[in-house]
Design a protein around this ligand. Structure first.
Ligand code: DOR
Ligand code: ZN
Length: 422
């Protein structure tokens, strides 16, 4: 079957930003130009007034299968991703059991292959059980289909082990993603500051993150192996990464929409839907994260989609689980950065597609002969966040009731429409 996407604003960052048509056959893009005749296709998608982008990639999500399927299955997660405009997601290994061996990696890939949603790329663990006490079999995990390594959720406390992990990962060619946290300093439940003091909640200082970021930069410099820093939340981390990049150290970084949208004030009244790790920070940190996005210090926007049920969230603040769902609100919150002139549309697409693909070695872009992984975005679509309507099995969002502008109206994976509200 041939599909024609007509009259959209086609943006492929750095290569193309123009009104054009895209013709797709057998899952591949076969033509991109203006005025492709409608008779060339059996299915027409009218995209006038819409943005046609390379498929968005979320390089940091938590699906809860195997082990906690009541929070999110691979199937529900893939559907939530497709609804959010993502054609691919990278799933973190803190499942039960942990994805630290080839059986779990293969299980995730096999289950995902039966789902009608985004692609799934499993991230495997750095250390068995995420315990930080030894190294997994990276060569075997890569062969099984893992695309990166991370102990996300837990830091690798031992610097020698992290050095060895980098050397081994570099040797087999698997990118390494760091959850940067100095746990001796991070024993609180929210950001250290005025709100924490007022609420009587023990605080987590910025240094709990930035000390660990600085160590990863030092190890990256020592080994020459690239390190990707997950969920950057503080000004000091942004400064350290900016400085490292200036010195030519191969470090990359991501942040999440909640860090550039909210501050720790969202925790007021002990709102556990504003509890995550790292925590929401101050206004100054939020601004520094925005500056880091604008000047390229922060390469990627990833959601850290972390579904939890009411069982883990409707409890005392200090006992509540860390994490928020993000797949179905990320694009609208990122488009707000474009309206606020923090990013151009092309830069936003870069951070949600091209750069994650580059960091992870995945295919991306709108190229003749390339896979038709495409997201069509309506930047004017007004909608209200209603968690009960999420495709995700969990509803733990701090954005309930927010008025949003902009939505993915069609998501296509290898020429197959996995979600459409057109
Ligand atoms: O908020 C978080 N939730 N941070 C993490 O590092 C882990 C994640 C989870 O798995 O729920
Ligand atoms: Zn995470």
């Amino acid at each position: 079957m041939r599909i024609l996407i007509k009259d959209g604003r086609v943006i492929d960052p750095g290569r193309l930003d123009d009104t054009a048509d895209i013709l797709i056959e057998d899952g591949k893009i076969i033509e991109i130009r203006p005025d492709i005749p409608v008779t060339s296709a059996s299915r027409l998608i009218a995209a006038s007034g819409k943005i046609v982008s390379p498929g968005l990639i979320d390089m940091h999500v938590h699906f809860r299968e195997p082990g906690e399927e009541y929070k999110e299955t691979i199937e529900s997660g893939c559907r939530a991703a497709a609804h959010g405009g993502f054609t691919a997601v990278c799933t973190m290994p803190n499942t039960q059991p942990v994805n630290d061996n080839r059986q779990v990696t293969e299980y995730i890939l096999k289950t995902a292959s039966r789902c009608n949603g985004s692609r799934v790329y499993p991230v495997a663990a750095i250390s068995p059980g995420l315990k930080g006490e030894g190294l997994c079999e990276y060569a075997e995990l890569k062969e099984a289909g893992a695309i990166a390594l991370s102990d996300d959720g837990n830091p690798v406390r031992n610097s020698l082990l992290m050095r060895r992990a980098l050397e081994y990962a570099g040797g087999v060619g698997l990118p390494l993603i760091s959850h940067s946290e100095e746990t001796d300093l991070s024993a609180g439940a929210m950001n250290e500051g005025e709100t924490a003091t007022r609420l009587g909640i023990p605080g987590i200082p910025n240094a709990a993150e930035s000390i660990a970021v600085m160590r990863e930069i030092a190890l990256c410099e020592l080994t020459g192996v690239p390190v990707h820093i997950a969920h950057v939340s503080t000004a000091q981390s942004v400064h350290a990464i900016r400085d490292a990049k200036k010195r030519g150290i191969p470090v990359t970084a991501e942040t999440a929409p909640h860090y550039f949208t909210l501050t720790d004030k969202a925790v007021d009244e002990y709102n556990t839907h504003a509890k995550m790790n790292p925590p929401l920070r101050s206004e100054a940190d939020r601004n520094a994260v925005r500056e880091g996005l604008a000047d390229g210090t922060i390469d990627a926007i990833a959601t850290d989609h972390a579904p939890h049920s009411v069982l883990e969230k409707e409890v005392e603040f200090d006992r509540a689980a860390n994490g928020v769902v993000g797949l179905e609100t990320s694009l609208a919150l990122s488009l707000a950065l474009v309206r606020e002139k923090v990013l151009s549309l092309s830069q936003m697409i870069e951070k949600m597609s091209v750069n994650p693909a580059r960091i992870l070695g995945l295919e991306t872009g709108l190229k003749i002969g390339g896979s038709a992984d495409i997201t069509i975005i309506d930047p004017e679509h007004n909608w209200t966040v209603k968690a009960e309507e999420f495709q995700s099995r969990s509803r733990n969002t701090p954005f309930e009731g927010w008025e949003m502008k902009g939505k993915a109206v069609l998501t296509m994976v290898e020429g197959i429409i996995v979600c459409s509200i057109l």
